[in-house]
Ligand binder design. Structure first.
Ligand code: S3P
Ligand code: PEP
Length: 425
């Protein structure tokens, strides 16, 4: 390792003994950003309690502020006051899928051009289906036909809306984007998905639930079709649940070190995809119990799994890390679309786990992971918060793992490194 490697890397804490700890986690990115969007569309001010303060949610707040809403995000509870939809503004999407997909559908309501751009890697994330869908609904979008950032949405103050068919096989967020803005479109929307299998369905169900909670009429009775009626969005005073996808590395820490970790305030019912950890960790060999104050995972021997993660693709990096520590082979399927996430996650996971001595091969739609004796080294993260999550889980079980750019976790988790180190105190 060169000195430069050391400067830019963070030594992942190694667990010499089983980790026994409990933790309270920040709010859900997906729920915070949906609540922000719907608050900006609502009939009066909304309050978001325990909102997530992270790069993705701050980018969403900044985008909505640029478009005319007022977002007071100074404290733990945020207040959002809807405003007139302003044009001639710039929106920085960072690397946030929710910002680059959800905000263009709102920008179409503004009175002038709204220019979108983001991080270098954001320019490779798929956007074509949502931009094409907006065009079919009567919105003028200029992307030089690239189907990626940067692009300009030319708002005219109103969107007709109506029927549209899109191919959302590369991201559920294309559907969510159109549904979230639809109450403000003259005719609402009738969205159909046609194409390959639709990923991350729980996230679309979350969108539908968020709309209904605010009094919007949604018909999702037919598969791959969603109808949203035009009408008012009722402002809410809502408590944001902890982020269950981000609970993954903390629960995995118990599984990887044969320890015991309690994640506090696990919701009894939820629309979050991360609730799938309960089942996934049992399949991997851990014990999972719902307790009065949260969800507890107790680690036992880790076993490989053969699992389809199509609905919960964002959990793949941490699942892959656990599979690399398991005593039998694993096959992760159904996640071709995560090549279009923050980075090509299949390639990145195979490359980086193998750099530590792993035996991982990419398939068209997933990974094959064989048991191997892992060793220390530097794990690259490619600006991807969930690659960093995979790295720290491996580092808890394998000495001398260093994580490149641990600060990338700020996308969805303030002071992830501090909270993680606290687990070992
Ligand atoms: O709508 C959302 O909040 C999300 C939807 C999913 O996106 P994809 O459908 O692109 O996987 C998920 O992976 C992402 O982390 C958050
Ligand atoms: C895919 C993810 O994020 P985004 O919202 O940027 O798509 C993720 O958080 O795993």
């Amino acid at each position: 390792m060169t000195p430069a490697d050391h400067r830019d890397t963070w030594p992942a804490p190694y667990a010499a003994a089983p980790v026994v700890a409990d933790v309270r986690l920040p709010g859900s990115k997906s729920l915070t950003n949906r609540a922000l969007v719907l608050a900006a569309l609502a009939d009066r001010p909304s309050v978001l309690r325990a909102a997530l303060h992270s790069r993705d949610t701050q980018l969403m707040a900044a985008a909505l502020t640029a478009l005319g809403a007022e977002v007071d995000s100074a404290g733990a509870d945020w207040t959002v006051t809807p405003g007139a939809w302003r044009g001639d503004v710039d929106v920085d999407c960072g690397l946030a899928g929710t910002v680059m997909r959800f905000v263009p559908a709102l920008a179409a309501l503004s009175s002038g051009p709204v220019r979108f751009d983001g991080d270098p890697h954001a320019r490779t994330r798929p956007m074509g289906a949502v931009l094409g869908g907006l065009r079919d609904l009567g919105v003028d979008v200029d992307d030089d036909r690239r189907g990626t950032l940067p692009f300009v949405v030319h708002g005219t103050g109103a969107v007709k809306g109506g029927s549209v068919t899109i191919d959302a096989s590369s991201s559920s967020q294309f559907v969510s984007a159109l549904l979230l803005a639809a109450p403000a479109y003259d005719e609402g929307v009738d969205v159909r998905h046609e194409g390959g299998p639709l990923p991350s369905l729980p996230h679309i169900d979350m969108t539908v639930a968020c709309l209904r909670e605010r009094g919007v009429e949604v018909d999702d009775s037919e598969p791959a079709r969603w109808r949203v009626a035009p009408g008012p969005v009722t402002a809410l005073d809502t408590v944001i649940e902890p982020d269950l996808s981000n609970a993954g590395p903390f629960l995995a820490l118990a599984a990887a070190t044969r320890g015991s970790v309690l994640v506090r305030d696990w919701p009894a019912t939820t629309t979050q995809a991360g609730d799938a950890w309960r089942d996934l960790l049992v399949q991997l060999g851990a014990e999972v119990s719902v307790e009065a104050d949260g969800l507890r995972v107790t680690g036992r021997e880790l076993h490989g799994i053969d699992v389809n993660l199509h609905d919960v693709g964002e959990l793949t990096p941490v699942v892959a890390a656990l599979c690399a520590l398991a005593d039998s082979p694993s096959v992760l399927r159904g996640v071709a679309h995560i090549r279009g996430h923050e980075t090509d996650r299949l390639k990145a996971l195979a490359t980086e786990i193998n750099r530590l001595g792993g035996e991982v091969t990419e398939t068209d739609d997933g990974l094959r992971i064989r048991p191997a004796r892992l060793h220390g080294g530097t794990f690259r993260t490619y600006a991807d918060h969930r690659m960093a999550h995979a790295a720290v889980v491996l580092g808890a079980a394998v000495p001398d793992v260093r994580v490149e750019d641990i600060a990338t976790t700020s996308k969805t988790f303030p002071d992830f490194a501090g909270t993680w180190a606290g687990m070992f105190a």
